[in-house]
Design a protein around this ligand. Structure first.
Ligand SMILES: Cc1ncc(COP(=O)(O)O)c(C=O)c1O
Length: 536
């Protein structure tokens, strides 16, 4: 096998060559008015053409097997000379790649938390790329850093609702951290557990804290054997990943049973706490996590009751509102998240229900000095006393996502977001009603927010989970392969039916209607009758 990383040396296509002159053209600015006009034309195609393309292309993706697609991308060597001009690259992306990507903007794509975004998001993201600011430090972001603090304060206020005086004091105070932007919900959850860990296993006489001395020394210094995190069985796997990275051990994320409504069972939480106290005096609870919008069922844990327990037991209370956070902007449904304002920290994703393009996660702290437990300084930036946002952040260099979110909040207003949230929740309720009307289907988890699960349950399979599971897996796959619409599937552990395969629908696209959802059920029904029931 050849192992050299040398570029492929086929001769350059006519007119394409990498030299200092061509570099100037692509790197610095268009060389003249004609080139500028060409670039503008392509920019227009990207800003509007792609959007039009997606609008027309109502299916989910063009038919092509993954194997065929993979066969097109097997060249592991970088060409020494340019292979295509910018114009051809852009055309190629629009005409050859986009049709085989997934049209997540389709109102028939209702299976995941990735969906349509308002078209202006593309413009805002372009500005972010063009400015290329790096908010890790003031020297590469200046006004963007202070603007970011304002955006963080606005969302913090939605979550925690302190008075104006509080925000006036902390909004631009370099020593205060109301929250931070990271790449995604995973890193936001990790940040919260990182801070909780460093606070629990902090410095004491003779010990400099876990961040400096590591987990083994920390456990010894604090006289404990292990730390655990408690979260409902439906907690997102990013919490286990975080526990692995932080040296807590992902086995020590203890799943707490859920009640019939798929919400963390508060009695089970109390029981777990009692058992740990009684049987394992060497175990400390690092955090209890409440989920506001579980990934699989969209349910919200009893945050208020969980907050009460955490306050009583002096345990860090984190709320993973990666999905459900923006529900707080809805006057009608905000109450579903009651108790989040008592959380020590909260995760909210921008690329979920703030309808931002990939990717943006955020973590918020009730106490503006809590993140000091994870502050870092370097000699070349983030020096002590500086106002660099990178001092208290899990990530280093990153895009200025706050420019996008801050602008989107101005464009939409909280009412704009509330309309989207209300639409999703109300549509989910209508859809649940539709499912219940149809004899072939069973509603498995009714919607709390805008996610629900259901399954096909043909007559005679009620007591036969294995057969029902097989049917649902097959119908979901056939529908995905047909490429007109998409719902996802997951497996829930249910008391009556055990490991149960369910179809999962996430309703956030404002163009998804009850009519479209009926069509999706019709298609599933047809697939079942034709491909499963109709076969010998
Ligand atoms: C409840 C919840 N938390 C965290 C995450 C992780 O978010 P991300 O995929 O942005 O890392 C998700 C993702 O679906 C989620 O649903």
């Amino acid at each position: 096998m050849k192992t050299d990383g040398a570029p492929s040396t086929s001769p350059p296509p006519p007119g394409l060559v990498a030299n200092w002159e061509t570099l100037q053209r692509i790197f610095i600015r268009p060389e003249n008015e004609a080139a500028r006009a060409v670039l503008l034309k392509y920019m227009e195609q990207i800003l509007f053409g792609l959007h039009d393309f997606l609008k027309q292309h109502l299916g989910i993706t063009q038919e092509a097997s993954l194997k065929d697609l993979a066969d097109r991308f097997t060249d592991s060597r970088i060409g020494e000379h340019p292979v295509r001009k910018l114009a051809d690259v852009i055309n190629g992306l629009i005409e050859e790649v986009a049709p085989h990507a997934v049209n997540v903007a389709s109102p028939y794509f209702v299976g995941h938390m990735t969906s349509a975004i308002p078209f202006y998001m593309v413009h805002l993201a372009t500005i972010v790329a063009a400015l290329n600011q790096n908010p890790v430090k003031l020297e590469t972001s200046k006004v963007v850093s202070v603007l970011e603090r304002q955006v963080l304060a606005k969302i913090h206020r939605v979550v925690y609702g302190f008075d104006g005086g509080f925000y006036h004091r902390h909004i631009q105070k370099p020593e205060s951290t109301l929250g931070g932007f990271v790449e995604d919900g995973t890193l936001a959850n990790m940040t919260a557990l990182w801070v909780a860990r460093n606070t629990l296993l902090g410095a004491k006489p003779g010990f400099d804290g876990v961040e400096k001395e590591g987990m083994a020394a920390a456990l010894a210094a604090h006289g404990i054997l292990r730390c655990v995190v408690l979260v409902s069985r439906l907690g997102h796997y990013s919490l286990r990943k975080s526990a692995g990275v932080l040296g807590i051990g992902n086995r020590n994320v203890i799943p707490v049973p859920v009640d019939a409504g798929q919400r963390l069972d508060i009695n089970a939480l109390e029981e777990t706490l009692r058992t740990l106290k009684r049987d394992e005096p060497g175990t400390r609870i690092l955090a209890v996590v409440g989920v506001a919008g579980t990934t699989e069922t969209g349910t919200v844990d009893p945050l208020e009751a969980m907050a009460g327990i955490c306050e009583r037991e002096k345990i860090h209370f984190h709320v993973d509102a990666a999905w459900g956070g923006p529900t707080l902007l809805s006057g009608t449904y905000r109450h579903l998240l009651k108790g989040i304002e008592r959380a020590d920290s909260a995760t909210i994703d921008g690329h979920k229900q703030f309808y931002m393009p990939m990717s943006c996660g955020m973590v918020y702290f009730k106490n503006p000095t809590h993140m000091d437990a994870a502050a870092y300084h370097a000699r070349y930036i983030n020096r002590p006393g500086s106002v660099d946002l990178g001092i208290r952040s899990l990530v280093g260099s990153r895009a200025a996502a706050s420019l996008v979110l801050g602008s989107a909040l101005d464009i939409m207003g909280s009412r704009g977001y509330a309309l989207l949230i209300d639409h999703g929740i109300e549509l989910a309720r209508s859809f649940a009603g539709e499912i219940m009307k149809r004899p072939l289907f069973q509603l498995v988890t009714p919607p709390c927010l805008n996610i629900l699960t259901y399954r096909l349950l043909p007559e005679g399979t009620e007591a036969d989970t294995e057969t029902a599971n097989r049917i649902n897996k097959t119908v979901q796959r056939l529908q995905r392969e047909a490429g007109r619409s998409f719902v996802s599937r997951t497996t829930l552990s249910l008391p009556e039916t055990g490991e149960t395969v369910v179809l999962r629908v996430v309703l956030m696209n404002p163009f998804t209607t009850i009519g479209i959802l009926r069509e999706i059920l019709d298609e599933q029904e047809t697939l079942y009758r034709r491909e499963i029931a109709g076969r010998p």
